[in-house]
Design a protein around this ligand. Structure first.
Ligand code: CP
Ligand code: NVA
Length: 307
């Protein structure tokens, strides 16, 4: 049985299999065909942080696959009052077929997975956000980029870490621009560089957004203040002031480049209104693709329960 906690545990072939299923299921849905791959199954969705897209896409997706999703806010379940993760994992997995969790420290999801009898999916931790990157990749493919040069400007956060590990596995070139002291996670970076030696991926770190985005096909950014970092807001706004993705920056990219943002976005901070609402932006396709990508993932996990 396989969990989906990060791209580290997945091969390029497995990622492609997931995306293949996602594309097929998306095409079927557009023709009003809904195959109940997960009929009679239950998905427990635990949220220790807020969410719009993750909740709606998992809940809708699991329902469309014929199953029943249960929304569990940590404000309402005993986990939020200090019940151990180990007990929560054993109890919930004894009554459900899959668990999705959005939480803080990555150690929390690792512990949940360790004691869960069913596959656990990462719906975002402080360390990574791999389901978002699956949706980003589906969007990138739909735009016709088979071997994209990806650039990321801003905070070296959970999105950045997942984009790096994903690109390393896939053999893509990824260029990251962050201010000093806001670099991505060093352990992930070192692991990704080793994987890149085999996959042919190129991973570059810059401090200059201009250097990073030069000739890239896809420009990605994210909020400067991730969930749980609210106390650092003023300092971060000062430190990131030169890292806005605006029209000037976009002119340095490939003519056919696109702009992605996992959302929620803060216009005028990490991205200008003209870019996020402009012709290169694919943010709403990207958000919708959360639904399709995660359906592919859940069908894949269910099919591969024996590995
Ligand atoms: N992108 C993303 O995960 O959005 P939510 O926080 O709304 O789930
Ligand atoms: N980096 C952001 C992503 C939100 C979907 C956060 O962790 O808050």
């Amino acid at each position: 049985m396989k969990h989906f906690l990060s791209f580290e545990d997945f091969s390029r072939e497995e990622i492609l299999e997931i995306i293949d299923i996602s594309r097929k299921i998306k095409a079927e849905l557009l023709n009003d065909v809904k195959i109940p791959h997960l009929a009679g199954k239950v998905l427990a969705m635990i949220f220790e942080k807020s969410s719009t897209r993750t909740r709606v896409s998992f809940e809708t997706g699991f329902y469309q696959l014929g199953g029943h999703p249960i929304f569990l806010s940590s404000r309402d379940i005993q986990l939020g009052r200090g019940e151990p993760i180990r007990d929560t994992a054993k109890v919930i997995s004894s009554m459900s077929n899959m668990i999705m969790i959005r939480t803080f420290g990555h150690d929390r999801i690792e512990e949940l997975a360790k004691y869960s009898a069913v596959p656990v999916i990462n719906g975002l931790t402080d360390l990574c956000h791999p389901v978002q990157v699956l949706a980003d990749y589906l969007t990138i493919l739909e735009e016709g980029f088979e071997n994209p040069i990806i650039s990321y400007v801003g905070d070296g956060n959970n999105m950045t870490n997942s984009l790096i590990m994903f690109s390393a596995k896939m053999g893509f070139e990824i260029r990251i621009a962050t201010p000093k002291n806001y670099e991505p996670n060093n352990i992930i970076l070192e692991k990704a560089k080793k994987i890149a030696e085999i996959s042919g991926s190129k991973i570059y770190l810059f401090n200059s957004p201009e250097e990073a985005v030069k000739n890239s096909d896809v420009v990605i950014t994210d909020t400067w203040i991730s969930m749980g970092m609210e106390d650092e807001k003023e300092q971060r706004i000062r430190d990131f002031k030169n890292y806005i993705v605006d029209d000037n920056l976009m002119t340095l990219t490939n003519k056919k480049s696109i702009f992605l943002h996992c959302l929620p976005a803060y216009r005028g901070y990490e991205v200008s209104e003209s870019v996020i609402d402009g012709e290169k932006s694919r943010i709403y396709n990207e958000a919708e693709n959360r639904l399709h990508a995660q359906k592919g993932l859940m069908v894949w996990l269910n099919k591969n329960l024996k590995i």
